[in-house]
Design a protein around this ligand. Structure first.
Ligand SMILES: *[C@@H]1O[C@H](CO)[C@@H](O)[C@H](O)[C@H]1NC(C)=O
Ligand SMILES: *[C@@H]1O[C@H](CO)[C@@H](O)[C@H](O)[C@H]1NC(C)=O
Ligand SMILES: *[C@@H]1O[C@H](CO)[C@@H](O)[C@H](O)[C@H]1NC(C)=O
Ligand SMILES: *[C@@H]1O[C@H](CO)[C@@H](O)[C@H](O)[C@H]1NC(C)=O
Ligand SMILES: *[C@@H]1O[C@H](CO)[C@@H](O)[C@H](O)[C@H]1NC(C)=O
Ligand SMILES: *[C@@H]1O[C@H](CO)[C@@H](O)[C@H](O)[C@H]1NC(C)=O
Ligand SMILES: *[C@@H]1O[C@H](CO)[C@@H](O)[C@H](O)[C@H]1NC(C)=O
Length: 514
C-alpha cells in the first residue's frame, strides 16, 4: 500500500529536481529567509515505499575498519520471478526526493513493462547515507567517483531483498541502471567501469563531460529562452557592466538593485544572474514544474528603446530599471535589517563557509564540484554574446573551494577540479552496447553530455540508443504521470522508446555460466 504525504517545498530558485547549483552566492541565497512574495511550488505527493539499508565499507580500496548503512527503497508491485532489477541512482540528493520516479515515473514504467523489481539507491554522503561524523575536508575524502561507483557495484553483487526468495544479484539477474543528471553520468560510468554487473544503463542528461569552466550553461539559456526576455537580460547586463566598474557611477547602479552596501561588484552581478538558474527547474510535469523563470520573464516585459535617468546624467534602458525592481523584490529585500548586506550576500568572507557539522548539506555536492566535476560557471569568452556579467570569472567561481575546504591532515582539494578523472571514463565519447544516452534539447547541461554541439555525431540504434528529446530541459523522461496517456507527446514517445529498447536488450540476456 502506498500512503501519500504532501510535501510543500519552500521555494525561491530551489534546485530540487535538477543538477544542484553550487557556489558561494547560491549558498548565501539558500540561507536567507523566504521572499515575502516569493512563488511557491507544491511538490509532487511523495509516495512511501519500504526502506532498507545495506552495509558498505567506508573505503572500498583499503580497509579502514569502518562501515556505514546505505539506504534503498524497493517496489515489488510489478515483480515477476525471472524479471530484471530496475535501479535508479539518486545522485546528489536524498533518495526520498526520487521516490516519485518509482511510483509513476521511469522506474515504474520500466518495471511494469518487464516484470522488474524497482529500486532507488541513495548515494554516499547524501540523505541519510552518511558514512562520517562531520563534513570536514578530511571527512569528505571518501566522497569521490571511484568510491561511489564501487558502492553501487557492491550493492548489485550482494544485496538480498526482504521477502524475495530468489537471488537477484548481478550478474545472475539483469540489472538496468538508470540515472538523471549527475546520476546519469554515474549510470554511464557504471556501464563502463562494471560491464559484467550492469546489463543495461540509461544516462539521462548524464553530465559525463566534466569541465573546469562552464560558460555554456548560460549560453543554452540565451539560445532557448524567449527572445524578448533574453534581450531584456542582455540590455541590463550591458548597462550594469558599463556602470559598475566606474567609481563615479557604481554606487548608483548598485543602489538601483537595492544592493548599495555590497562591497564586491562580483557579488552584485552574481546576484543579478540568480533568476537564470530557474531555467533548469522547468518541467513538463505540472506537479514539479517551477514557474519561476516564466514569472521572471513576464516581469521583464518587452524591449523598448525608452531610457530612464536614474541619477543626474546617468541613463539606463527601461529594462534595467525593471530587472532591478525584480532583484530588489526577490533578493535584496530578504536581507534582515540587523545584518549587513555583505553578511547576507558577500562571498569573500571565508568564515561564512567554515561550519562542518552534518546540517551543512550543501558541502557534499560543492566538494564534488571542487575536487572532480568542475562546472564552475563563468562569463563566455570576450566577444561572445552573453546574459551574465563579464565580471564572473574563474577566480570568483573558485573562491568557495578555497574557503569551504581548507587543507586537512589527510586530504587537500586540488588547485583546480581534477576533471580528467571523470573524463577518463569517456567524456563526450562515452559509449557501450546497452548504454542509452537520452538528453533534452534545451537543457543547460547538454553541453556536458554526448549531445553537446561539439560532440561527435552518432547514430541512434537499439544497442546504443542516442535520443534528444525535443523542447525538453533536464532529464524530462524521468517523470511520469499516474495516467500516462495525459503526458505530452514528446514524453510519451521517449517513454515508449525506452520500454522498447530495454525489452530488446533483455532478449539478449544469458545468465553467466557458473
Ligand atoms: C503496465 O503495462 C500495461 C501493458 O503495457 C499497460 O496496459 C498498463 O497501463 C501499464 N501500467 C502502468 C501503471 O504503467
Ligand atoms: C570530524 O570527525 C572526525 C572523525 O570522527 C574527528 O576525528 C574530527 O575531530 C571531527 N572534526 C570536527 C571539526 O568535528
Ligand atoms: C515481508 O512479508 C511479511 C509477511 O507477509 C510482512 O509482514 C512484512 O511486512 C514483509 N516485509 C516487507 C519489507 O515487505
Ligand atoms: C527595494 O525594496 C524596498 C522594500 O522592499 C524598498 O523600500 C526600496 O525602496 C526598494 N529599493 C529600490 C531601489 O527600488
Ligand atoms: C547601507 O549602509 C548605510 C550606511 O551604513 C545604511 O544607512 C543603510 O541603511 C544601508 N542600506 C542597506 C540597504 O543595507
Ligand atoms: C518601463 O518599465 C516600467 C516598469 O519598471 C513599466 O511600467 C513601463 O511601462 C516601462 N515603460 C516602457 C515605455 O516600456
Ligand atoms: C565574517 O563572517 C563572520 C561569521 O559569519 C563574522 O563574524 C565576521 O564579522 C565577518 N567578517 C567581516 C569582515 O564581515
Amino acid at each position: 500500500m502506498i500512503s501519500l504525504q504532501l510535501a510543500v517545498i519552500a521555494y525561491l530558485f530551489a534546485p530540487i529536481h535538477a543538477l544542484s547549483h553550487s557556489g558561494a552566492s547560491w549558498i548565501n541565497l539558500q540561507r536567507l529567509p523566504e521572499a515575502p512574495s516569493g512563488p511557491t511550488v507544491v511538490d509532487a505527493a511523495t509516495p512511501s515505499f519500504p526502506v532498507f539499508t545495506f552495509t558498505q565499507p567506508l573505503d572500498h580500496f583499503s580497509d579502514t575498519g569502518f562501515t556505514w548503512e546505505q539506504r534503498f527503497w524497493v517496489s515489488d508491485r510489478h515483480f515477476k520471478a525471472g524479471g530484471p532489477v530496475i535501479i535508479l541512482d539518486s545522485g546528489e540528493s536524498s533518495g526520498t526526493a526520487r521516490l516519485p520516479y518509482m511510483d509513476t515515473g521511469i522506474v515504474d514504467i520500466l518495471a511494469n513493462a518487464t516484470g522488474g523489481l524497482g529500486v532507488v539507491l541513495e548515494h554516499r554522503y547524501y540523505g541519510q547515507s552518511i558514512p562520517v561524523q562531520n563534513f570536514t575536508t578530511d571527512s569528505m575524502r571518501w566522497l569521490n567517483l571511484d568510491q561511489a561507483l564501487a558502492d553501487s557495484a557492491n550493492f548489485m553483487a550482494n544485496v538480498k531483498f526482504a521477502n524475495i526468495s530468489q537471488d537477484l544479484t548481478a550478474p545472475g539477474t539483469p540489472w538496468i541502471y538508470y540515472g538523471g543528471s549527475y546520476a546519469g553520468a554515474r549510470s554511464a560510468h557504471m556501464k563502463i567501469r562494471y560491464p559484467d554487473l550492469v546489463f543495461g544503463a540509461i544516462a539521462s542528461s548524464g553530465v559525463t563531460y566534466a569541465t573546469v569552466v562552464d560558460w555554456q550553461y548560460y549560453d543554452i539559456i540565451r539560445q532557448f529562452a524567449p527572445a524578448d526576455c533574453v534581450q531584456q537580460i542582455e540590455t541590463t547586463v550591458s548597462d550594469v557592466d558599463n556602470l559598475i566598474e566606474n567609481p563615479s557611477t557604481a554606487h548608483t547602479i548598485k543602489a538601483l538593485f537595492g544592493l548599495p552596501n555590497v562591497t564586491h561588484n562580483q557579488d552584485v552581478v552574481s546576484l543579478i544572474s540568480g533568476p537564470l538558474g530557474a531555467w533548469q527547474d522547468k518541467n513538463w510535469d505540472p506537479a514539479v514544474n517551477s514557474a519561476s523563470f516564466d514569472n521572471f520573464c513576464a516581469f521583464l516585459g518587452s524591449p523598448t528603446s525608452k531610457t530612464v535617468e536614474i541619477a543626474k546624467g546617468i541613463h539606463v534602458n527601461n529594462a534595467t530599471v525593471t530587472y532591478a525592481a525584480y532583484i530588489n523584490r526577490t533578493v535584496s529585500s530578504r536581507c534582515s535589517t540587523t545584518r549587513t548586506q555583505d553578511d547576507c550576500f558577500g562571498s569573500f568572507n571565508a568564515s561564512s563557509y567554515q561550519a562542518t557539522d552534518l546540517s551543512q548539506t550543501w558541502r557534499a555536492w560543492q566538494f564534488q564540484v571542487c575536487t572532480q566535476w568542475g562546472f564552475l560557471m563563468t562569463a563566455p569568452p570576450a566577444g561572445h554574446p552573453r546574459i551574465i556579467s563579464k565580471l564572473l570569472d574563474l577566480d570568483y567561481a573558485s573562491l568557495i573551494c578555497k574557503f569551504a575546504f581548507p587543507p586537512g591532515a589527510h586530504f587537500a582539494v586540488p588547485p583546480q577540479p581534477d576533471v580528467a578523472a571523470v573524463n577518463a571514463l569517456g567524456g563526450l565519447n562515452v559509449a557501450a552496447d546497452r548504454l542509452a544516452i537520452i538528453d533534452g534539447q534545451e537543457d543547460p547541461w547538454r553541453p556536458n553530455t554526448p549531445h553537446s554541439d561539439i560532440a561527435r555525431k552518432r547514430p541512434d540504434t537499439a544497442a546504443r540508443p542516442f535520443k534528444l528529446i525535443p523542447s525538453a530541459v533536464h532529464h524530462y523522461d524521468e517523470n511520469g504521470l499516474a495516467d500516462h496517456t495525459a503526458e505530452p507527446d514528446n514524453i510519451r514517445t521517449i517513454h515508449a522508446e525506452e520500454v522498447a529498447f530495454v525489452l530488446e536488450w533483455l532478449k539478449d540476456f544469458k545468465p553467466p555460466s557458473t
